[in-house]
Design a protein around this ligand. Structure first.
Ligand code: UDP
Length: 152
């Protein structure tokens, strides 16, 4: 399994509801490595680029309004298979269909307020990391307990 990076973002509903610590903890305790973290209110330009694939969808305008309505916690996480694994930890797009134990399954009820975004594929992850972060914001480090989580 290749070591890779993914882009995750706690949406304004997750921040407003005080779920940042709870959500960060899920990825931290799983054993993935935090590479970058910042809070910002996204510009419309950033939100429209991020959700560009949905530009023609009826929910696009509302989604952009929502994602720019308050602080978002943007993150890059690293680990073997982290892109697909994070999507599993996040759960289905519709929170009522998300399995219990997943973030959306445990913490959300509505598709328009599903608390977190996660890249869905390697190409998307590269695009989204580059869109939200400068290379200088990505921290290169080795966790002190790495050998206790990943067999050398
Ligand atoms: N979304 C929405 N209404 C819909 C479909 C999607 O508000 O009918 C929003 C929702 O916040 C979702 C985001 O658009 O998380 C992106 O949709 P996608 O299908 O890419 O889901 P995700 O990858 O976030 O699970």
């Amino acid at each position: 399994m290749a070591t890779e990076r993914t882009f995750l973002a706690i949406k304004p509903d997750g921040v407003q509801r005080g779920l940042v610590g709870e959500i960060l903890g899920r990825f931290e305790t799983k054993g993935f490595k935090l590479v970058a973290l910042k809070q910002l209110v996204p510009s419309r330009e950033l939100a429209e680029s991020h959700y560009g694939v949905h530009r023609e969808r009826p929910f696009f305008a509302g989604l952009v309004d929502f994602i720019t309505s308050g602080p978002v916690v943007a993150m890059v996480w690293e680990g073997d298979g982290v892109i697909a694994s994070a999507r599993k930890l996040i759960g289905a797009t519709k929170p009522l269909e998300a399995e219990p134990g997943t973030i959306r399954g445990d913490l959300a009820v509505n598709i328009g307020r599903n608390v977190i975004h996660g890249s869905d594929a390697p190409e998307t992850a590269v695009f989204e990391i580059g869109l939200w972060f400068a290379a200088s914001e990505l921290c290169e480090w080795t966790p002190a307990d790495q050998v206790w989580r990943v067999e050398p």
